[in-house]
Write a protein that binds this ligand. Structure first.
Ligand code: 13P
Length: 250
């Protein structure tokens, strides 16, 4: 089975629910490459409205941006994996660098989140990536391998089928600076090699997305690399026309 080509949008903490619905409708009505899988990671407050609009639309799915590591309990303000599953949500982002940085999420905690998400039938989009400091020290590949090892590589091959990996170098997020296709490919290949060691041929079926200032102008050359299976797009996913162009960049 060939790997899924995925254009995922991460809206972060942007747009009102109505604006989100409008953007979603524009995407639904736009001209989309039917081969591309689209995933929209929307704020929790928007999930059910957007889901509703996508009920009869193929290949556009909704993701939550986060879930708690426990299934229920006294965790005011948090959202659990069973709650997301009961709403029909299919995906959840785990390990975004903003959550690691601003909410202190460690590799060990992310491992718990991944386990609870998969147990509750959510597919995981696992984000990893290095800071500029680490890249300057040429320790970026080791850093990402450690993130994978400590959060992800305990999974079985069967579980890995429900995981998408997003490599997002922190220095490229929201900065306008993109990793070059070669820099991204180097890391994606290293990630795939780590997966291959443990999961053999299953590694060939895991989609690895690149994230960090993906735009209509650079998506084509990034997506043309052999181990880049799509993008996780922040800012540029808030504009239906631009994101539509990214969706059609494979
Ligand atoms: P930008 O595309 O805005 O750089 O954000 C990338 C990102 O963090 C997606 O999760």
């Amino acid at each position: 089975m060939p790997r899924k080509k995925i254009a995922a949008g991460n809206w972060k903490m942007n747009l009102s629910p109505n604006e989100g619905v409008k953007l979603t409708m524009n995407l639904i009505q736009g001209n989309r490459d039917p081969k591309t899988h689209v995933i929209l990671a929307v704020p929790a407050t928007h999930l059910s409205q957007i889901q509703d609009k996508l009920k009869y639309v193929s290949k556009i799915e909704v993701a939550a941006q986060n879930c708690h590591q426990k299934e229920s309990g006294a965790f005011t303000g948090e959202i659990s994996a069973p709650m997301l599953n009961s709403m029909g949500v299919k995906y959840v982002l785990v390990g975004h660098s903003e959550r690691r940085e601003y909410f202190g999420e460690s590799n060990a905690l992310l491992k718990e989140k991944i386990d609870i998400a998969l147990k509750n039938k959510l597919k995981v989009i696992f984000c990893c990536g290095e800071s500029l400091d680490i890249r300057k020290k040429k320790a970026h590949v080791k850093h990402v391998q450690k993130q994978l090892k400590e959060s992800l590589l305990h999974l079985t091959a069967a579980q890995m089928k429900d995981v998408v990996i997003a490599y997002e170098p922190i220095w490229a997020i929201g900065t306008g600076e993109t990793a070059s296709p070669q820099q991204a490919q180097e890391m994606h290949l290293a990630i795939r090699k780590s997966l291959k060691k443990k999961y053999k041929s299953t590694a060939d079926n895991v989609s690895i997305l690149y994230g960090g200032s993906v735009k209509p102008a650079n998506a084509k050359e990034l997506f043309a690399m052999p181990d880049i299976d799509g993008g996780l797009v922040g800012g540029a996913s808030l504009d239906a026309k631009g994101f539509g162009e990214i969706i059609n960049s494979f």
